[in-house]
Design a protein around this ligand. Structure first.
Ligand SMILES: *Cc1c(COP(=O)(O)O)cnc(C)c1O
Length: 383
């Protein structure tokens, strides 16, 4: 559908001259496939950024999860604990390896996996936990790691939305046994399509490097002891990634400013803007607006339609994965709050607003004013 030229999308990549310069250098070098110096530079610098030992660049965040699960030897008959409120890739990768995702409830407001719900979901078949740093806010890793230690489980952080976020001072991604990132075009930093696994464990690195490159025997060309994949990142993508990483502080500062303006304009009206726990330094990914508790999903959707008529894009929060056909058989683990009641309420009241670094203070103030107007209109229309 053609959009009016004053259309304000939720997220646009912030790419400029540095990205162009590195990309052109990679292109002119002739190393346009997955060999080339930008790939190893990006791996090293991104791992360092995450305060982790190793980084392995891959084609996207979804295959990063797939490889992490394979490296942890998760498969048929295993259960993996996944938050119900997340992007589908967190659970799809569990299905790829033939394991069963067990969906659990989240923390109020911030929407990350509840450690109490993890404790209740552990069975003798549980092999791994995938905490997701949802919408850039770190999950409460300390109790999750303690449970993992106690029950000998692998923790794979899904940090696809949380580049640079800190949990109690530590960068996310390197806290669990492995962490995965996405560099899709709408993420905080991007390579167009791309992903990374970070870890401190050299055995995982070796396994992931083998599997992402057709499982070709490193000592014998065109010899394959098992079935592998082509999950490689190109040097062209890595060149963009190196530039994005150098510009990380600049991108974050601009996004923080956007969130700050929304917060000042909206939080006095019963709307939570990017709620934060005291121990967290979230990544300023998308602007998250959580409507008051008496708002229904239908009213939230009417609000989004009203914004759209003003050329303002918005997105609903994720739907609960356990409601969707491929994931339904593994229904939410019942807990004291009922079936993922916290996540269910949040999923219906949350929406993402225009978040790009290109937004000026005036533009954000305009969106905030239209948002309040639309809220009033929807509330008085009595839906
Ligand atoms: C974006 C995202 C992914 C997948 O990343 P792709 O690079 O798009 O494959 C995985 N998990 C979460 C939580 C995401 O938001």
């Amino acid at each position: 559908m053609p959009m009016p030229n004053n259309w304000m999308p939720v997220a646009e990549p912030d790419i400029g001259e540095l990205e162009e310069a590195y990309l052109l250098k990679a292109y002119r070098s002739g190393w346009i496939s997955s060999l080339g110096e930008y790939v190893s530079t990006f791996e090293k610098s991104f791992a360092g950024f995450c305060e982790a030992e190793y980084g392995v660049a891959v084609a996207n965040g979804t295959v990063a999860l797939h490889l992490a699960l394979l490296a942890a030897r998760i498969g048929q008959g295993d259960e993996v604990i996944v938050p119900a409120l997340t992007f589908v890739a967190s659970a799809a990768a569990v299905k790829y390896v033939g394991a069963t995702p067990i969906f659990i409830d989240c923390e109020p407001e911030i929407g990350t996996m509840s450690a109490d719900a993890v404790a209740k979901a552990i069975t003798p078949r549980t092999r791994a936990i995938i905490p997701v740093h949802t919408y850039g806010h770190p999950a409460d890793m300390e109790p999750i790691m303690a449970l993992a230690d106690k029950h000998d489980l692998v923790v794979i952080e899904d940090a696809a939305e949380a580049h640079g976020a800190r949990y109690k001072g530590r960068r996310v991604g390197g806290i669990g046994h492995m962490g995965i990132f996405s560099f899709y075009g709408n993420k905080l930093i991007t390579t167009g399509e791309g992903g990374m696994v970070v870890t401190n464990n050299p055995a995982f690195v070796e396994r992931i490097r083998l599997l992402k490159d057709h499982a070709m025997d490193p000592a014998r060309r065109y010899w394959h002891e098992e079935v592998g994949f082509n999950y490689r990142m190109t040097n062209l993508q890595a060149a963009i990634g190196c530039a994005q990483l150098e510009r990380f502080d600049e991108i974050v500062a601009k996004r923080q400013a956007v969130i700050g303006t929304y917060r000042a304009a909206l939080s006095g009206h019963g709307i939570a803007i990017n709620p934060v726990r005291p121990w967290a330094e979230p990544a300023p990914w998308l602007v998250c607006a959580v409507l008051p508790s008496d708002w229904s999903g239908a009213k939230r959707d009417a609000l989004m339609v009203a914004l759209r008529s003003k050329s303002i894009d918005s997105r609903p929060y994720f739907n609960l994965l356990c409601d969707m056909p491929p994931y339904r058989p593994e229904a939410c683990t019942p807990n004291s709050d009922g079936d993922c009641a916290v996540a269910r309420s949040l999923a219906l009241r949350g929406l993402n607003l225009p978040s790009s670094t290109s937004l000026t203070k005036e533009m954000v103030s305009h969106v905030a004013a239209e948002f309040l107007q639309a809220m009033d209109n929807v509330a008085s229309s009595g839906e």
